[in-house]
Design a protein around this ligand. Structure first.
Ligand code: ATP
Length: 435
């Protein structure tokens, strides 16, 4: 299977099995936006839950936040987005397409190969909107292009409310919007997406160490959730790629079928953001050392990742084809934490009332703790393949013998290994095997 086949197969599976649909498909679709179907919604929730657990619940030094998408327009002046969040665009005079200047192929239009372009134009990527009944310049604001600023503007609130001492971090998951000139590569580059961001505040002298620690922590997170290490790498930015205030930035990159691309950036941002907001708001955003009373601006390390990009990487990484008994088995080998469905309960004979009743009873017991489905719409071989294709961890089959010995067959997704397990210890067995 070539890499381009792999991408086509993942995209087709996402549509066929209800992971990801094109936005507003019945109207011809909306470029740069995607909808997560029933299984995609579960998968993405699991990605976010795994992130939150790792960076908030399993640590002592990070708290959560859920700030609004709409923010005071001054926020974006302070952050530099109003002035600098631009891509440079040119218009091809031959085909009238407007590619990004940095996406020309050796000076040629990527669409038609034309070489005659309009003068380059700066294009701000923030999505503008108006608040309230008046549509004039005073009502303009923006859909946030990143979640990070919601954290900076709440820095003093969080210190006051939680009495946190340095170092500590604030984590947030939420929607962001960018009017990308060329969205593409499925959900990799979209105009509406979800970010998972942390601002980690520390003393200036500790920033370099925290920067290194966060690079390791974030790299490990992807590996622990099953990303193949051959498809994952760290890439440190060259000095010419860094913002003027940044001391360093390292990307976690995944080898997508379309090449190595950024999943997440970890930046050592200095004290730029808090200083900017202090200046524009007139509020004191310095931290006061509780012992020495010394006041200073903390430095910030920012691990900033995309939930949709991570989800796409987990989808690509999970896709496997195997030959089993002369036919191809497609199996999504998601990490147990991420698998959208943990257990499928399958009656072997759907016309046998006893079997159906026991299968439904088992399902209603298990679904209190585990995401379960019940399916009796095909023969067992086909039902297994269906579950493999969406990465269900276990299939539990109820048969005639189950009615006599109160045991069921549990089939494991990756090995297809089967074992008889007593109904009374089934829940415990499944939970133990999900670790
Ligand atoms: P790129 O260079 O790919 O445009 P970026 O460096 O501008 O990304 P950041 O501003 O660092 O991205 O945003 C942090 C994270 O948010 C990225 O690592 C990515 O996972 C996610 N992200 C950014 N833009 C998009 C987008 N248009 N679609 C989906 N995810 C995005």
């Amino acid at each position: 299977m070539t890499e381009s086949d792999l991408m086509d197969k993942v995209v087709a599976l996402c549509k066929r099995r209800g992971f990801i649909f094109q936005s507003s498909e019945i109207y011809g679709g909306l470029n740069g936006a995607w909808d997560y179907g029933p299984l995609g919604a579960e998968l993405k929730r699991n990605v976010k839950a795994a992130w939150w657990q790792s960076v908030v619940h399993h640590r002592d030094d990070v708290v959560g936040l859920d700030a609004a998408i709409l923010m005071h327009p001054k926020t974006w002046e302070a952050s530099g987005h109003t002035a600098n969040f631009v891509d440079i665009m040119v218009e091809c005079k031959k085909c009238n397409k407007r590619p990004r200047q940095d996406q020309l192929n050796n000076g040629k239009c990527p669409q038609c190969g034309g070489t005659d372009f309009s003068a380059p134009k700066a294009f701000n990527l923030m999505l503008k909107t108006n608040i309230g009944a008046m549509e004039d310049s005073s009502s303009i604001t923006y859909l946030r292009p990143e979640t990070a600023q919601g954290i900076f503007v709440n820095f003093a609130n969080i210190v006051d409310a939680t009495h946190r001492k340095l170092p500590f971090g604030v984590a947030q998951i939420g929607k962001s919007f960018r009017n990308e000139i060329t969205p593409g590569n499925f959900t990799f580059r979209t105009r509406e997406f979800e970010q998972m961001e942390i601002e980690y505040f520390c003393r200036p002298v500790e920033a370099d160490q925290w920067y290194k620690d966060w690079i390791q922590a974030r790299h490990q997170w992807y590996l622990q959730l099953g990303i193949n290490q051959d498809r994952l790498r760290l890439r440190e930015h060259g000095k010419d790629e860094l913002a003027h205030y940044a001391a360093g930035c390292t990307d976690v990159e995944f080898l997508f079928p379309f090449g190595w691309s950024e999943l997440e950036g970890i930046a050592n941002r200095g004290d730029y953001d808090l200083k900017q907001h202090a200046q524009l708001s007139g509020k004191d955003l310095q931290y006061q050392d509780p012992v020495t009373q010394e006041k200073f601006y903390p430095h910030v390390v920012e691990p900033s990742g995309g939930c949709d990009r991570a989800t796409l990487a987990f989808l690509v990484n999970a896709y496997h084809e195997e030959i089993v008994k002369d036919s191809t088995r497609v199996v999504m080998k998601f990490h147990p934490k991420l698998a959208p469905v943990k257990v499928a309960v399958l009656p072997l004979l759907k016309k046998n009332e006893g079997i159906v009743a026991l299968a439904k009873k088992i399902k209603s017991g298990l679904q209190k703790d585990l995401v379960c489905v019940y399916d009796d719409t095909a023969a067992i071989g086909k039902l297994y393949r269906r579950q493999d294709e969406v990465g269900t961890m276990f299939c539990v089959t109820v048969d005639v013998q189950s009615l006599e010995d109160n045991q069921v067959t549990v089939r494991h997704r990756d090995t297809m290994w089967q074992e008889r397990v007593g109904v009374e210890r089934l829940r415990e067995y499944l939970v133990n095997n999900l670790q």
